[in-house]
Design a protein around this ligand. Structure first.
Ligand code: ADP
Ligand code: TZD
Length: 497
C-alpha cells in the first residue's frame, strides 16, 4: 500500500535469502517513499535493488517542469552503495547484472537503478533481447582471509584470560550457521549475540552471556567481533559500558575499512564470514578451552539475572504489564521455534529482545542499525512470503502506526502473520501530560482504548481483544493453528514502561 513498506520487505528478503530484494516504484514521490528503505538496506548491509521510473532526462536536466520531475540518480547516490541509469533497451541486461553484483558482493547494500521514461517506448527483437541478458556468475565471490590474519587472531584469543565473542547480524546473514556454532563451542568462550544474531546458537545455550551483557562487556579482556560493528549499539567500543579492563579487539568482517573505525583492532580478519570461520576451525587444532573460572563467573551472573526475572514473567495482572505479556510470548516461541519474530517499539523492543529467547538462525528481525519504527508490516510480509513460516510481529502501538495499513496486504495474500500490539495508549506510555497546558493531550499520548483489532477485521482477518495473559495466549494459539491473518490488541497498563 506504500512504497516504504515494499522497500522494507525487499530489504529483509535480501537479508533472509542473500538475494537482493527488488522494489519497484513510480517516479519522484514513489521513489522518495522507497528511498528510506534503500538507505536502511545500505545502513544495515542488506542487499536490495530499488528500481524506479523517472521523467525525461532532457526535461529534468533543464528543470523544465516534467510530471514528477526529479534528478533521482543524484538524490539516491549518497544513500546507496551504487546507482546506475539505463538509457537504452540493449543495456538492460548489463544494468541489472551490475545492480545485482553491487548489491550482494563484498559488504552487501542498497543499489538504485534509474529507468527514465525514454526507455519504456524502446523495442528490440526477441533474439537480440535475449542475447543482451547477462547471467551473473558467482555474484558474491568468497573472500578468503589471509592465513597470517587467522593465526594472529587465534594467538590473541589464546592469550586471553576473559575472552568474549560477539556475533552480529553479518554472521547471521552469512549462513555459515554450523561452522559458527562449531567455532563457538570448540572455543568454550562466552558469546553475546546482537539482536538479529540471536538464535545463531539457541539463546538457552550454556555459553550464552546475553543475560550478563553489562558484566561481560566490562570485564572481558579480548573481544572477538564476528559480523558486528562497533557502532552506537556497542557504545563504539569504549567508555563506561566497556569498564576499566583494557580491551584487545579481534574483528572479522568482509569490509576492510571497518577495521579501526572506532578503536584499534589488534587482529583484523578480512574475508567472508563463512571462509573466515572455516579457517579458524581448521587452524584451532587441540584447542585449550577458555579459562573455566571466567565461564563460571559469567554463568553465575547470567543465571542470577534469569532467576530474578522469572517470577515477573508469570504474573497474571490485568491490564497486563510488559513482563506478563512477554512471558506469554516467550513460551509461545519456545514451543514453536520455527516462527519468525518481528519486533519494533521502545519498551516493546528492549524488553522483548531480552525476554523472548530465539532458537534458530535468522528467526528474529527488528529495527536494525538505525532503530527505525515502521519496519513491522513490510518485514512481516517478506518473512511470510520468503520462508512460508508463521510470523509473530510484536509491536508497540506507536511503532505499528507507521505501517498499519499493510494489514490489508497481509489479508489480501492470506499470509500467516499474527500481530500483537502491546497497547499502552502512547509512545513509551500513555500517561504523559501536555507540558504547555490547554486541552490537547501530550504529543506522546494517543486516543485511549483504540481498537486496533478492528483494523484487521475490516479486511477479513481475525481481531482479538486481550486484556489478560490467558486471553493473549489463546489468541496467539488460535492464530498459529489457523495461520489466518490475526491482530491481537494486547492491553497494557498505560503507566507501564
Ligand atoms: P549488528 O547490528 O548485529 O551488530 P552490524 O550491522 O553492525 O551488525 O554489522 C554487520 C557487519 O557484518 C558489517 O560490518 C558487514 O560488513 C559484515 N558482513 C555482512 N555480511 C558479511 C559476510 N558475508 N562476511 C563477512 N562480513 C559480513
Ligand atoms: N520515527 C522513526 C522512523 N523511527 C524512530 N525510531 C522514531 C521515529 C522515534 N521513536 C523511537 O525511537 S521508539 C518510538 C518512536 C516514535 C515509538 C515507541 O512507542 P511504542 O512502544 O508505542 O511503539 P512502547 O513499547 O510503548 O514504548
Amino acid at each position: 500500500r506504500h512504497e516504504q513498506h515494499a522497500g522494507y520487505a525487499a530489504s529483509i528478503a535480501g537479508y533472509l535469502t542473500q538475494k537482493p530484494g527488488i522494489c519497484l516504484t513510480v517516479s519522484a514521490p514513489g521513489f522518495l517513499n522507497g528511498l528510506t528503505a534503500l538507505a536502511h538496506a545500505t545502513t544495515n548491509c542488506f542487499p536490495m535493488i530499488l528500481i524506479s521510473g523517472s521523467s525525461e532526462r532532457e526535461i529534468v536536466d533543464l528543470q523544465q517542469g516534467d510530471y514528477e520531475e526529479m534528478d533521482q540518480l543524484a538524490v539516491a547516490k549518497p544513500v546507496c552503495k551504487a546507482a546506475f541509469r539505463v538509457l537504452h533497451a540493449q543495456d538492460i541486461g548489463i544494468g541489472i547484472a551490475r545492480a545485482i553484483r553491487a548489491a550482494v558482493s563484498g559488504r552487501p547494500g542498497g543499489v538504485y537503478l534509474d529507468l527514465p521514461a525514454k526507455l519504456f517506448a524502446q523495442t528490440m527483437d526477441a533474439t537480440s533481447g535475449k542475447r543482451s541478458l547477462v547471467k551473473v556468475i558467482d555474484a558474491a565471490p568468497r573472500q578468503l582471509p589471509a592465513p597470517e590474519s587467522i593465526t594472529r587472531a587465534l594467538d590473541l584469543l589464546k592469550s586471553a584470560k576473559k575472552p568474549l565473542i560477539i556475533l552480529g547480524k553479518g554472521a547471521a546473514y552469512a549462513q555459515a550457521d554450523a561452522d559458527i556454532r562449531a567455532f563457538v563451542e570448540k572455543s568454550g568462550i562466552p558469546y553475546l549475540p546482537m539482536s538479529m544474531a540471536k538464535g545463531l546458537l539457541p539463546d538457552t545455550h550454556p555459553q550464552s552471556a546475553s543475560a550478563a551483557r553489562s558484566m561481560v562487556l566490562k570485564e572481558a579482556d579480548v573481544v572477538m567481533l564476528i559480523g558486528a560493528r562497533l557502532n552506537w549499539l556497542l557504545s563504539h567500543g569504549k567508555g563506561k559500558a566497556w569498564g576499566t579492563e583494557p580491551k584487545k579487539f579481534i574483528q572479522v568482517d568482509i569490509e576492510p575499512k571497518e577495521m579501526d573505525s572506532n578503536v584499534e583492532i589488534l587482529a583484523p580478519v578480512v574475508g567472508d564470514i563463512g571462509s573466515c570461520v572455516a579457517a579458524f576451525n581448521a587452524a584451532m587444532g587441540g584447542w585449550q578451552a577458555a579459562p573455566a573460572d571466567w565461564m563460571k563467573t559469567v554463568t553465575t551472573k547470567r543465571d542470577e539475572n534469569v532467576a530474578k526475572m522469572a517470577p515477573r514473567l508469570m504474573n497474571n495482572n490485568s491490564p497486563m504489564d510488559y513482563h506478563g505479556a512477554l512471558g506469554v510470548l516467550k513460551n509461545i516461541v519456545k514451543e514453536r521455534p520455527d516462527a519468525i519474530l518481528v519486533n519494533e517499539g521502545a519498551n516493546t523492543l528492549d524488553l522483548a529482545r531480552g525476554i523472548i529467547d530465539v532458537y534458530k538462525p535468522r528467526k528474529r528481525i527488528d529495527v536494525g542499525t538505525w532503530g527505525i519504527m515502521g519496519i513491522g508490516m513490510g518485514f512481516s510480509v517478506a518473512a511470510a512470503v520468503e520462508t512460508g513460516h508463521q510470523v509473530l510481529a510484536v509491536e508497540g502501538d506507536s511503532a505499528f502506526g507507521f505501517s498499519g495499513m499493510e494489514v490489508e496486504t497481509i489479508c489480501r495474500y492470506h499470509l500467516p502473520v499474527c500481530i500483537v500490539i502491546l497497547n499502552n495508549n502512547g509512545v513509551y506510555k500513555g500517561t504523559d501530560v501536555n507540558p504547555t497546558g490547554g486541552t490537547d493531550v501530550a504529543p506522546t499520548v494517543f486516543v485511549k482504548d483504540a481498537r486496533y483489532e478492528k483494523m484487521m477485521e475490516a479486511f477479513g482477518g481475525v481481531g482479538v481483544y486481550a486484556s489478560t495473559p490467558d486471553q493473549l495466549r489463546a489468541g496467539i494459539e488460535q492464530a498459529f493453528a489457523s495461520r489466518r491473518p490475526t491482530l491481537i490488541n494486547a492491553i497494557i497498563d498505560e503507566t507501564a514502561g
